[in-house]
Design a protein around this ligand. Structure first.
Ligand code: NAD
Length: 265
């Protein structure tokens, strides 16, 4: 018996086999969930369909999350085919590259609106459509990053979007809690994915986090998948409105220098 037997989970944001969303989809499927996938654009279909086959998923729907019409189509299809939904995973983010590097004060109005729309507002738009389908209660998850809490170089507009996403998590948890719907965010450490490749200097950050984190390791999409399973299943039955760090402990550090670094100073 699996922890997710009989549950239906809709996952937005699988682009390829490195995607965090894929790590989550695989883990929920291993525990018995029926997985439904939605991907951003036609160019990704050839990557997403073969992955879907690996987890017996035949619900693979295109959706640009900035479009209310396209979101309506996806959720209407979920209602028609399955009648209800148990888990919603939001693993979606986007910002223009020029709004990630350079100076923070140079973030453009257009770039700010787009990044916040795709990376934060879309969680509200999805939750609004998912809630009526979560007739037996449910679990909504999104993916965030520590740059929402502390200043990290080169995250700029995405840091602001993640701060918004975390606050949206708390407000949705309060709004939907009476219906038995839990809403949580996972704050993952750096993982090499397509989205991460857009952050200038990402490889250096990855190496640095590995050296500094208490567990002296990076995290993987599988690590995130395990925490997602906890939050999506009944194991997380009384947990809502939380931002759970899956970052090998990096966020607890006040000073990220190791003992060895200090000795060298
Ligand atoms: P990824 O590139 O595999 O996933 C990002 C997804 O967002 C892609 O599938 C992309 O198609 C989708 N997307 C972008 N614009 C969209 C739009 N308009 N409509 C629909 N989908 C759209 O990269 P990832 O690292 O797996 O990112 C998943 C989530 O995890 C993001 O929210 C990201 O910010 C977050 N996250 C990533 C890391 C990391 O280091 N990789 C760390 C913490 C949090």
């Amino acid at each position: 018996m699996g922890l997710m037997d009989g549950k239906v989970a809709l996952v937005f944001g699988v682009a390829n086999r490195n995607s965090i969303g894929w790590g989550i989809a695989r883990r929920l499927h291993e525990e018995g969930a029926t997985i439904l996938l939605s991907y951003a654009g036609a160019a990704l279909e050839k990557r997403v369909r073969p992955l879907a086959q690996q987890i017996d998923c035949d619900f693979v729907e295109i959706c640009d999350v900035t479009s209310d019409e396209q979101l309506d189509v996806v959720f209407d299809k979920v209602r028609e085919r399955y009648g209800s939904l148990d888990v919603l995973v939001h693993s979606v983010a986007y910002a223009n590259r020029e709004d990630l590097g350079g100076r923070f004060v140079d973030i453009s109005r257009e770039g700010f609106s787009m990044a916040l729309d795709i990376s934060a507002y879309s969680l509200i738009a999805m939750a609004k459509r998912a809630a009526p389908l979560m007739t037996e209660g449910g679990s909504i998850l999104s993916m965030t990053y520590f740059a929402s809490e502390k200043v990290m170089p080169r995250y700029h507009v995405m840091a602001v979007a993640k701060a918004a996403l975390e606050n949206i998590t708390r407000y949705l948890a309060s709004d939907l809690g009476p219906q038995g719907i839990r809403v949580n965010a996972i704050s993952a450490g750096p993982i090499k994915t397509l989205a991460a490749a857009g952050v200038p200097g990402f490889r250096t950050m990855l190496r640095y986090s590995e050296q500094a984190a208490p567990l002296r390791r990076t995290v993987s999409a599988d690590d995130v998948g395990n925490t997602a399973l906890w939050l999506a299943s009944d194991l997380g039955s009384a947990v809502t409105g939380e931002v759970v760090h899956v970052d090998a402990g990096y966020n607890i550090l006040g000073l990220t220098l190791t003992e060895e670094d200090l000795e060298k100073l």
